[in-house]
Ligand binder design. Structure first.
Ligand code: ADP
Ligand code: MG
Length: 292
């Protein structure tokens, strides 16, 4: 690509809110065969809300929420923030946590008013020898609607499933359809559970889902795809996505996402509109054809 063609190309993209790091990124965009999208914060807005609280018999929902919010107060995860917001909106008295530890990709462990509180996915509870089966119907019901079920255990006993739901970005389905029109394969990559992931995938028109991926495994899943000969564009927003963005042939960050993701990417979609992926790839094809 000539420097002039690249300048014109990246200039046009910038007008559309697509920041391209340079000529190499444009060349890579032209070669892409497969687009991998993170779910939370990329295909969805990334601001979930609590939609349901299912407790086991004998546990009061408000008391449970107060403990859960106390445990999540130190959390920077959108699910944790949603639980804290929900408790505040209900005017619950949230006690201070005596200890807090985030378990990336799984949840949090905390101590609140002498109680050990665990909040997270089934795997987190399993690691502590707690069986989530008694609330599995509730969890499945949340997931079947595309929500994320979060389990809560108090002092080693399953106490509740909190349902959280995130909104799919309004342009997501259109962007996925347009990527297909360009002849690209589209996949979802997420740390969330398979049922939830597949419901959201269906909503946006994706039929290849890689779910239950731990944060440290996202880059490895991208490497697996590249090993099959695919030229991979990874689209993500989170700290968890940074290694996968850096390891992809082309990293695309949601501009409203974390600075870490933006720094690890080649292209930034400033306003977060997913149709920017389509514009960037279409533009790269035009730009490179022009200069040939
Ligand atoms: P994603 O790839 O969707 O951003 P993460 O890797 O951050 O997901 O988390 C994977 C799963 O771990 C979540 O779907 C949730 O079940 C659980 N989890 C992670 N952090 C928290 C938290 N702070 N509170 C409750 N659950 C959590
Ligand atoms: Mg995300």
């Amino acid at each position: 690509a000539t420097p002039t063609a690249i300048m014109v190309g990246t200039g046009k993209a910038a007008e559309l809110g697509i920041l391209i790091s340079g000529g190499d990124a444009l060349e890579q965009a032209r070669r892409v065969t497969t687009v991998v999208l993170d779910k939370t914060g990329t295909l969805t807005r990334g601001r979930p809300d609590v939609t349901a609280v299912h407790t086991v018999a004998g546990v009061d929902a408000d008391r449970l929420l107060a403990y859960a919010a106390a445990a999540e107060t130190g959390s920077e995860h959108p699910l944790g923030e949603a639980i804290v917001r929900h408790a505040r909106a209900r005017d619950l008295v949230v006690p201070p946590a005596d200890s807090f530890a985030a378990v990336p990709g799984h949840g949090v462990e905390a101590e609140v008013a002498g109680l050990r509180v665990l909040i997270g996915n089934r795997e987190l509870l399993r690691r502590h020898g707690i069986d989530a089966a008694p609330l599995s119907d509730a969890a499945t019901a949340v997931a079947a609607r595309g929500g994320t079920p979060v389990h809560v255990a108090l002092d080693g006993r399953l106490a509740a499933v909190i349902g959280l739901a995130d909104t799919v970005r309004p342009e997501a389905a259109e962007a996925v359809a347009q990527l297909r029109t360009l002849g690209l394969e589209v996949r979802m990559l997420t740390g969330d559970n398979r049922i939830t992931a597949e419901v959201i995938a269906r909503e946006v028109g994706i039929d290849h889902v890689i779910a239950d991926v731990r944060p440290e495994e996202k880059a490895a899943r991208v490497a697996d795809l590249r090993a099959t000969g695919a030229v991979v564009a990874m689209v993500g927003d989170g700290i968890n996505d940074a290694p996968a963005l850096a390891g992809a042939d082309l990293g695309i960050a949601i501009g409203t996402g974390t600075d870490v993701a933006i720094a690890a990417s080649d292209i930034t979609l400033v306003g977060g509109d997913l149709r920017g992926i389509v514009s960037a790839i279409a533009l790269s094809r035009r730009t490179v054809t022009t200069i040939k």
